[in-house]
Design a binder for this molecule. Sequence first.
Ligand SMILES: Cc1ncc(COP(=O)(O)O)c(C=O)c1O
Length: 381
Amino acid sequence: MSQAWDFDKIIDRSQQNSDKWGKYPSDVIPMWVADMDFDSPQCIKDALIQRIDEGVFGYTYASKSLVSSIQGHCQTRYDWVPSAAHFVHLPGLVCALHLAVRALTEAQDRIIVPSPVYYHLTKAPEMSDRKLDRIPFVLKGNRWSVDLKTFEESCNKADAKMILLCNPHNPGATVYTQQELSAIHAIAKRHDLLVVSDEIHCDLILNDARHIPFASLNEDAAQRTITLMAPSKTFNIAGLGYAFAIIANSKLRQRFNQAREALIPAPNLLALVAAEAAYRDGQSWHESLLEYLRGNLHYIQERIAGTSIQMAEHEATYLAWLDVRAYQLENPHDFFVKAGVGISDGAGFGAPGFIRLNFGCSRSQLEQAMNRILIALESKS
Ligand SMILES: Cc1ncc(COP(=O)(O)O)c(C=O)c1O
């Protein structure tokens, strides 16, 4: 297929009120929050323009054709077709994490979360008076994965009620295998726990792993799982605001919906239009994006070879998880900002001494950032 997309193109985002580009002074390259600096696919822009030209923007429901486009996507990519009746449409995924915890567990219940992890998975229990058990990710070979023994010990506690999974895992870039998911499911079943599975990064797999939705494992998994997905990371439309939950268990769905109704608005109508176009027509852009990201990942791996930066196997996401503990930086975030690169500090995810570097950007920007990072670290060694 010809490369119709120009991921090398530099787009000036400095005047767009972008969270990513507004955080630091203009001489700092922002490589932190999980959005990419690429143009979204043309099919999304065309669909939005067409809808804007229609000119009336009243209350809008999620259409059957949106659901069909998501089902088609799920069938092609994960061999799993969630039933249309099980969808809950949402303006974002973070609110769904918090809502699931509040609607489906009680104060003082225990929530189990493999960690270090995207901070809303730990904030959701912390902000709602639940107990939180962080289960450490450990290196198995050269791959981050959850320590199942500690996991089971926590799940065995009498007040344990829910597991929050992030698959693929952010940060750490692990795609859970069938074997790992089955082991987690067996534990969830043994201790009768609900599972909230945040799968927002599931279409950003960079090696030959396959994403397996937790709910697709078997009927028992489907009945105890709230699956959360969104097109926002894959198609770079986080600012439009759309995510969806799949909840097969009607009682859980009812409780989730009851709590949602009064507090969380329906998704923005343009977000619905964009999501449908993305899932229906965005495949060739998506495949080209993955190729470009693989190139960026390879570039990082080459640049850090021979340095004291450690990076485990990277399976998914455009977020490199770099272990810079060898440099004993007092404050890695400030150190790298001073060097001219705005990274996410691992401490924010529960892993001081690590940094998360967003490589969803042009190769030339990545090159510049890596030059700055390596020059700054050289001065420390
Ligand atoms: C694992 C994970 N979940 C959720 C989100 C954010 O979801 P949303 O923007 O739909 O609220 C992110 C953003 O980085 C993420 O990495």
